[in-house]
Design a binder for this molecule. Structure first.
Ligand code: 2HA
Ligand code: ZN
Length: 271
């Protein structure tokens, strides 16, 4: 096998996971990332199916991901340590053509994939159905978005509008808006179901009192989305704390911005 750690995606996960930690988004073992390898990247591994350690995915393996390889952060991994211990804290799994047992194809020494693997795998399948270039799922505890779930709107349309009105970039970067899942226990089939229902028409879903899931065609795409949403939330919190006397970008401004930048705003959100 050529060294899996030479993959560009591995270097990006190493780099971005540390940046997320530095932003305060990944305290302790908070956060997880998965990346769907391209066919060329998968072939470069020269992995022989059937030879790696086998583990079960209780949620089952969606047809769209059978025969695919996924780069995944380890259960309990600390993002501040990840870049310096790739062999234990990161790895690649192979999702077989048949059965519910997947295989560890590289890395994840003495470890297993994140407890959120089921959510990630089903989210990849949901997003692949609407975007054939879908590759990344990122979860973390982005502080400002998380804080906004405590004091901001609890309706997902209102939540999205509050974010959009803060910065011109909002409707450009996330014209589909963000989904908002009312609080439920992480790692459960319920949260995966609630997330994926919303992911059918959006690239970002916020979990109330927990964190954020973003998706994208590349690591920087998913990370940039997360950064923009968290920045909107930060400005919302700051302006609220400072008295928030201005209404923010008006409906017409949101529509004009979307038109100028060629994005299509989520239907029914702005009159
Ligand atoms: O990976 O963030 O939601 C740890 C978590 C679980
Ligand atoms: Zn979490």
């Amino acid at each position: 096998m050529s060294d899996w750690k030479d993959l560009k995606a591995v270097k990006e996960v190493a780099d971005l996971s540390f940046q997320m930690y530095q932003k305060g988004w990944d305290e302790a073992n908070g956060g997880n990332i998965t990346y769907l390898l391209t066919d060329d990247e998968a072939a470069s591994l020269n992995y022989v199916p059937g030879t790696g350690k086998k583990l079960t995915l209780t949620e089952g393996i969606p047809d769209a991901l059978r025969g695919k390889y996924v780069l995944v952060t380890a259960s309990g991994s600390y993002f501040r340590e990840l870049k310096d211990d790739l062999d234990h804290l990161l790895g690649i799994i192979y999702l077989p053509e048949e059965g519910d047992e997947y295989e560890i194809a590289a890395g994840l020494i003495d470890n297993r994939p994140t407890s959120e693997l089921g959510s990630h795998i089903t989210t990849h399948a949901v997003r692949l159905a609407v975007d054939s270039n879908q590759r990344v799922v990122m979860h973390n505890h982005a502080t400002h978005v998380l804080a906004m779930t405590h004091c901001g709107p609890t309706d997902e349309r209102e939540f999205t509008l509050a974010l959009w009105r803060m910065i011109t970039e909002g409707v450009v970067v996330f014209p589909d808006g963000v989904g908002l899942v009312p609080w439920c226990v992480a790692g459960t089939p319920e949260i995966a179901r609630e997330t994926n229902e919303r992911m059918k028409t959006r690239r970002c879903v916020v979990w109330q009192y927990h964190g954020v899931f973003t998706t994208g065609d590349s690591m920087h795409d998913a990370f940039g989305l997360l950064e923009t949403i968290d920045k909107c939330a930060e400005v919302w919190l700051l302006s609220q704390a400072a008295g928030g006397k201005n209404p923010g970008i008006p409906d017409q401004g949101l529509k004009d911005t979307a038109k100028w930048y060629g994005t299509t705003l989520r239907e029914g959100y702005v009159d």
